[in-house]
Design a protein around this ligand. Structure first.
Ligand code: NDP
Ligand code: 2IT
Length: 444
């Protein structure tokens, strides 16, 4: 890296103690070096300097009272990273590990991911260090109401449209939507991932997992291969993992493992997804409870061991940096041919290098999991029209969006001389539209 090295150095210096943000920016700037060399006018216009600095970062106090009457204080975040091509768009994460650096890494990735979808959405992300585990519905509701009481001052259907992420699903979106409507007295599409009775889109729940499988299927198809008859390992057991499991199975794969942060289940005969949905979506229990229904399956403590299971396709769908170099080497040794990142940045840079070196087809998060936010943008369109498409219509649009993302990432990789490197391809394809737009809109 030559032209962009000083920008990375500056990011590291000005944003201390934010290793995930550093990691995300480093990967992108490395990919973009040839783009900078080809486009000196973008360098002169400070496009690269500006894209790594959020337009706005909001941090706020979120006080709430638990069922025993005790007061708690959490920290809320919304990073409005880039609005060149549309309103800020990106999820909200509720997890104790959340801090400003995590939200910035996610918001930065979201700029390029959202651009890749081909839809008019800018990049943003938010959340809180609140831990939803073990909380009652009433506690979750009070927290969501307090969080939205502040957040509602900064968002709007044409300004910034949050959605779900880790720890934020339909229940939380419902409570936050209710509070927004109550305070602002507006019934608008200010959040996506809404319930179907108040403006949600069919297929949004399924979209990230389904989209990931459509992307992986496209990578496989280009090599004359498919999901048919493949053994699949998926980490996590949340929204992305569950619907990734559903689509991988529909496409002819056999999913044999799922996990949570405590451990993983291994079911050689294939995961019983109806049981998983009941355990996770209805009963909100740990994945270990799967053994109460299927005592013939195995449960192992510790989530990292899941990558030791031999598989053809690995779909890390839990969290950042969950799959390291050693795990990548084990997967390669066991014959893995394709990896799709359902989560955001689940593979460490060293792991990605192992996959690329060994010609494992690698679908990076910005491309592979973009189906979720793309379908959120379709929800926004439906809300603007005050109309709803059928499940089949939304799913058909999702399939065509994922096919386009594959095409654009693979063509960009080819054009820049790194065929089959979808990491570089996705970064470049996503960046070009944002850079062109930032250039056209002047120094702002
Ligand atoms: P959920 O909250 O539904 O599920 C998260 C899953 O990941 C749970 O099984 C959880 O286990 C596990 N997990 C979370 N944190 C950790 C951790 N630190 N170590 C190990 N396991 C962990 O979230 P989603 O399925 O929505 O999100 C999963 C990933 O997909 C995230 O990276 C998210 O950013 C990304 N993503 C989500 C999209 C969406 O539309 N929902 C869209 C695009 C990307 P446990 O219950 O033990 O915490
Ligand atoms: O990481 C992501 O793309 C999401 N969590 C989904 C964001 C959205 O606005 O649907």
């Amino acid at each position: 890296m030559k032209i962009l090295a000083p920008i990375l150095e500056d990011v590291l210096k000005r944003n201390p103690n934010e290793p995930e943000f550093h990691q995300a920016v480093k990967e992108v700037l490395e990919s973009l070096e040839p783009v900078a060399q080809k486009n000196p006018k973008w360098v002169e216009a400070g496009i690269f300097d500006r894209i790594v600095e959020p337009e706005r970062q909001i941090m706020f106090r979120v006080p709430w009272v638990d069922d025993a009457g005790k007061v708690h204080v959490n920290r809320g975040f919304r990073v409005q990273f880039n609005s060149a091509i549309g309103p800020y768009k990106g999820g909200l994460r509720f997890h104790p590990s959340v801090n400003l650096g995590i939200i910035k890494f996610l918001g930065f990735e979201q700029i390029l991911k959202n651009s890749l979808t081909g839809l008019p959405i800018g990049g943003g992300k938010g959340g809180s260090d609140f831990d939803p585990k073990g909380k009652s519905d009433n506690e979750i509701m009070r927290f969501c109401q307090s969080f939205m009481t502040e957040l509602c001052k900064h968002i709007g259907p044409d300004t910034d449209v949050p959605a779900g992420d880790i720890g934020v699903g339909g229940r939380e979106i419902g409570y936050m939507y209710g509070q927004y409507k109550r305070i602002r007295n507006e019934f608008t599409g200010v959040l996506t991932g809404k319930g179907l009775t108040y403006g949600g889109s069919l297929a949004r729940t399924e979209a990230t997992g389904y989209g990931m499988c459509y992307f992986v299927e496209a990578m496989l198809k280009a090599k004359g291969n498919s999901f048919q008859g493949k053994t699949v390992v998926i980490s996590g057991s949340g929204n992305v993992a569950i619907y990734g499991c559903e689509k991988a199975t529909q496409l002819g794969g056999k999913v044999v493992a799922l996990s949570d942060s405590n451990g993983y289940i291994y079911h050689k005969e294939g995961i019983d997804l109806a049981a998983v949905k009941r355990i996770k979506e209805v009963e909100r229990k740990r994945i270990q409870a799967y053994l109460e229904v299927h005592p013939e399956a195995e449960y192992h403590e510790g989530c990292a061991g899941i990558w030791n299971i031999p598989c053809d396709i690995a779909l890390p769908s839990a969290t950042q940096n969950e799959l390291n170099e050693e795990a990548a080497k084990t997967l390669v040794k066991n014959g893995c041919i394709a990896v799709g990142e359902g989560a955001n940045m689940p593979c460490t840079p060293e792991a990605v290098e192992v996959f690329l070196q060994n010609k494992v087809l690698f679908g990076p998060a910005k491309a592979a999991n973009a189906g979720g936010v793309a379908t959120s943008a379709l929800e926004m369109s439906q809300n603007s029209m005050r109309y709803s498409w059928t499940f089949e219509e939304v799913d058909a649009k999702l399939q065509s969006i994922m096919a386009n993302i594959y095409k654009n990432a693979s063509e960009a990789a080819k054009e820049y001389g790194v065929e089959d490197n979808y990491v570089v391809g996705a970064n470049i394809a996503g960046f070009l539209k944002v850079a062109e737009t930032m250039y056209a809109q002047g120094i702002i």
